[in-house]
Design a protein around this ligand. Structure first.
Ligand SMILES: [Zn+2]
Length: 174
């Protein structure tokens, strides 16, 4: 199924969830960028930056070690607005197909004894981590996903016309 989205997203109506952000076709391949949105933009407090950093390390490590998915993962990283993460995967799956993976990934944080890769050799700001708060945000998002599994709005973004800036450029945030 093609999931090309030529529209922008109305950030005033986003709820947390798993969403297709964009699909790129590279030769014979498709690559899909997903927004894994934990917080309602401009309404809820954003994720604390140290917890965000720890969740980047923890969930990237989980995804890249998952036997069924590790070969599909191209990128996992935080959004600059601190309301969620970008996940880039090979192929073009509907967001609902990622539900079990994302739920397992965030549930796995509860069992973490440490944040992987926090030595100066491995990390650009090795002192800026917070495993306790990472566990709190991960548990909150996992509970939200479970409570809203049957709600289509956690998988479908509200559309809006793509913004054109004053000098005629089309706006993109990723
Ligand atoms: Zn780091």
């Amino acid at each position: 199924m093609e999931l090309i989205q030529s529209f922008s997203v109305d950030h005033t109506r986003i709820v947390p969830g798993i969403f297709t952000s964009r699909v790129d076709h590279l030769g014979g391949y498709s690559v899909t960028t997903y927004d894994i949105r934990l917080k309602r933009p401009n309404i809820e407090p954003v994720i604390d930056v140290a917890a965000m950093h720890s969740l980047e390390h923890l969930i990237a490590t989980f995804l890249r070690n998952d036997p069924a998915w590790k070969d599909e993962v191209i990128y996992w990283g935080p959004m600059g607005c601190l309301t969620g993460f970008y996940l880039i995967l090979k192929g073009n799956r509907a967001p609902r197909e990622l539900y079990d993976l994302i739920l397992r990934a965030f549930r796995s944080v509860a069992d973490a004894k440490e944040v992987p890769g926090t030595a100066p050799e491995n990390c650009g700001r090795c002192l800026m981590h917070d495993l306790g708060m990472a566990k709190w945000y991960a548990a909150e998002f996992a509970a939200y996903l479970e409570a809203n599994a049957d709600h289509s709005e956690i998988f479908e973004y509200p559309a809006a016309e793509r913004l054109v800036t004053g000098d005629g450029q089309h706006f993109y945030d990723s």
